[in-house]
Design a protein around this ligand. Structure first.
Ligand code: ADP
Ligand code: MG
Ligand code: MG
Length: 211
């Protein structure tokens, strides 16, 4: 029926692991320009562990899949991104607890909760040059697609396009949160690594739903 069920949720984690691996050097290169050159390594390690974890378990609801991913990211990924993505998946998992599948309205709610978790932990506002700049327009696109009665896949495609735009929009921004903020004005002219990994995560989710 096109909704996100347990099988597709696990497939999503597999695809995130793959896309993060393929882009490991790219993410690290972006982070070397304005950070400490470890974002690709952090994400790759975290999602490899998360995939191991969800493959080794049996699940009756998608909330539990996301919760295991969250705990794994929090415990295995250092730096800023681990706790932030961990919080995203944890808050989303609470909305998805007990659910066998998610349609677009439910996933939009879960991702809104996830984003709110990221914002309350990291305190980044829009245009601070962080993952929030990719995640916010993506969540807004999911919500407006849900309002328009679109399918999950259609909603995610719109969200992905908005995340890509949000990611590119970080290029001219001056960082005000995280390590990149230490560079001040010199952070301008570089795409944010975390906004880029957020785009890749959504891409993996879209691909998993295409089967
Ligand atoms: P670290 O900076 O600790 O080495 P990573 O390199 O893994 O961690 O992740 C860096 C990314 O984390 C940044 O590109 C940015 O998108 C995101 N980030 C950093 N601080 C914040 C914050 N306070 N709120 C939201 N996102 C943040
Ligand atoms: Mg880093
Ligand atoms: Mg680091």
């Amino acid at each position: 029926n096109g909704n996100l069920d347990v099988t597709k949720a696990i497939e999503t984690i597999r695809r995130i692991k793959d896309i993060v691996d393929i882009n490991k050097e790219y993410l690290t290169e972006l982070d070397s320009a304005i950070g400490d050159a470890d974002h690709g390594i952090n994400m790759s390690r975290g999602f490899a562990k998360a995939l191991e974890k969800v493959k080794s378990n049996e699940y009756n609801d998608i909330g539990s899949v996301f919760k295991d991913v969250a705990m794994t990211l929090m415990s295995t990924v250092g730096g800023a991104a681990g706790p932030l993505y961990g919080t995203f998946f944890m808050k989303a998992s609470m909305k998805l607890a007990g659910q066998k599948e998610a349609d677009l309205p439910l996933l939009a709610q879960a991702f809104r909760e996830g984003l709110q978790g990221v914002v309350s932990l990291g305190k980044a506002q829009l245009a601070d040059k962080t993952m929030v700049d990719a995640l916010t327009p993506a969540v807004e696109a999911l919500e407006s697609a849900a309002k328009d009665g679109l399918s999950l896949k259609q909603g995610l495609e719109k969200a992905l396009a908005m995340a890509e735009k949000g990611m590119k929009d970080t290029i001219p921004m001056v960082a005000r949160k995280g390590r990149a903020s230490y560079l001040g004005e010199r952070s301008a002219g570089h795409q944010d690594p975390g906004a880029t990994s957020s785009y890749l995560i959504l891409k993996a989710l879209c691909d998993a739903l295409e089967g």
